[in-house]
Design a protein around this ligand. Structure first.
Ligand SMILES: [Mn+2]
Length: 475
């Protein structure tokens, strides 16, 4: 199918007009980063229209959720609904803003798949919500990052251009390590796992030496530096295991001398260049066979938010929101997107807890993941929370694997939650996890679906063996 830009935007406009006619809709959104951001964009639009609204964040659309929605008069679904036949049973005025694979529903739906675009790579639900409502483009960028859609192409790129025009975001070629904004330089290096830095990852002492050798200062006086104002983010005290002062600092002040640890984001342009080229050189000398280009990539800076908080970088902002959604505090994440007072500080505290849970989950996964022939199996039942099992599977899953990974956990109701992750390479060779999981779950009376590269579902615990056979048959 040809990409139909005009058709897509015309549909978005239709959805906006339908929402304008609503009186006090219920927004039903998904609980991940893209779900929270698409919900927040919708909420901001409704506030601008002066409408009353409520938000209900859910993990998936199942019979129970559909049952609870009976009696609602007006519903706006975001980041879900497009793939759920159950939605068609509702008798109400509803619109769907989604980017998951869909064959269309009985309700009016803005979805890139209906117009020849790939919702897995070209636009997220937050992006579709922006195309509908035209507010908070920078939040749409965060949503797309959360759904791993970088580097931006197609509709995502168009949204980025709108954000740049409004002066709320900026693209930068930057080092591709997590923590550019929130971690002290040496800690950013020592925590690097994608790409893994031989000789540096896991060795904070050596990372500090590395920075000192190239003449980049690790600390500066408060008030100094690129952004020139004291840290707006508030308290430190993050704590990785027992480490030294640096580990506990998390981009904040060192209690010993009152100076502040510098982050990559605080370096000037010349220092940034030096940092990247020295790192490339160091890795070449240690026999690292990857290309230097892999160390740098596009990052998306959110210029409308405090520059020394996680919110300054789309990647770190999305991690902050995932921490909210996956720890049962979706409203907090939405409040952060909407810039509500005090929300960021609370979200950051949750993020620290979330990181601890992830570290423990990954440590377990590294030991316990089994090879099941056609796929890898991570059985996290009773150990890893269902809210983070997909993230753990994704983080564990470096791009070089030859097989998809299937991770399972138990939800509150004792059902088995399933997360599958593939690689771009596997998808290029024809893998469609969304379709496979949809079929295999349906074969055992469960529900599943999603994207080609990442999908999820749920089944009854006694059906697990049968389900694993169904998956094996289809891979
Ligand atoms: Mn999404």
């Amino acid at each position: 199918m040809e990409k139909d830009w005009d058709g897509f935007f015309a549909r978005c406009k239709e959805v906006a007009q339908a929402v304008e006619k609503m009186h006090s809709p219920l927004v039903v959104n998904h609980y991940d980063c893209d779900g929270l951001t698409s919900g927040a964009i919708t909420a901001a639009a409704l506030e601008k229209m002066g409408k009353k609204y409520r938000i209900w964040t859910v993990r998936k659309i199942d019979d129970e959720v559909v049952e609870k929605l009976h009696g609602e008069k007006e519903i706006i679904f975001t980041d879900l609904g497009g793939g759920s036949a159950g939605v068609d049973r509702l008798e109400c005025n509803a619109v769907i803003i989604d980017h998951h694979q869909t064959e269309g529903r009985k309700f009016l739906q803005a979805n890139p798949h209906l117009f020849g675009f790939d919702g897995g790579t070209e636009v997220s639900a937050a992006g579709v919500a922006y195309c509908v409502f035209r507010v908070l483009p920078e939040i749409a960028i965060v949503g797309a990052w959360g759904d791993v859609q970088y580097p931006f192409i197609s509709i995502n790129k168009w949204i980025l251009e709108q954000a740049e025009k409004e002066g709320v975001a900026r693209v930068e070629k930057s080092i591709r390590l997590f923590g550019r904004v929130s971690r002290p330089l040496a800690q950013m290096l020592s925590f690097a796992d994608e790409p893994y830095l031989p000789g540096l990852t896991g060795n904070e002492e050596r990372c500090m030496q590395f920075c000192e050798t190239m003449g980049i200062r690790l600390k500066e006086n408060a008030g100094e530096g690129a952004h020139g104002k004291p840290d707006a983010a508030g308290g430190g005290g993050a704590g990785t295991a027992a480490g030294n002062g640096l580990s506990r600092a998390q981009g904040k002040f060192d209690a010993a001398d009152g100076k502040r640890w510098r982050t990559y984001h605080m370096l000037n342009d010349e220092e940034k260049r030096k940092f990247v080229s020295s790192l490339a050189e160091f890795l070449a000398e240690s026999g690292y066979d990857r290309k230097v280009e892999e160390l740098v990539g596009e990052s998306y800076l959110i210029t409308s938010r405090p520059q020394e908080s996680e919110m300054a970088d789309a990647g770190e902002f999305s991690t902050l929101l995932n921490a909210c959604g996956r720890n049962d505090q979706p409203q907090l994440g939405i409040d952060v997107c909407l810039g509500r007072e005090g929300a960021y500080e609370q979200a950051r505290a949750l993020l620290l807890l979330h990181r601890k849970n992830l570290r423990e989950g990954i440590a377990f996964a590294q030991k316990e993941t089994e090879d099941f022939g056609k796929f890898l199996l991570l059985d996290g039942r009773g150990v890893i929370a269902d809210g983070i099992i997909g993230v753990v599977a994704g983080m564990l899953y470096s791009g070089e694997r030859k097989k998809p990974i299937l991770a399972i956990a138990l939800d509150d109701a004792g059902m088995v939650k399933i997360s599958m992750r593939g690689t771009k390479e596997l998808v290029k060779n024809g893998l469609n996890l969304g379709a496979i999981l949809h079929e295999a779950c349906a074969a055992v009376g469960g529900l599943g679906g999603g994207h080609k590269i990442a999908a999820g579902g749920g089944i009854a615990p006694e059906k697990l063996d049968e389900f694993l056979r169904e998956i094996g048959k289809r891979l």
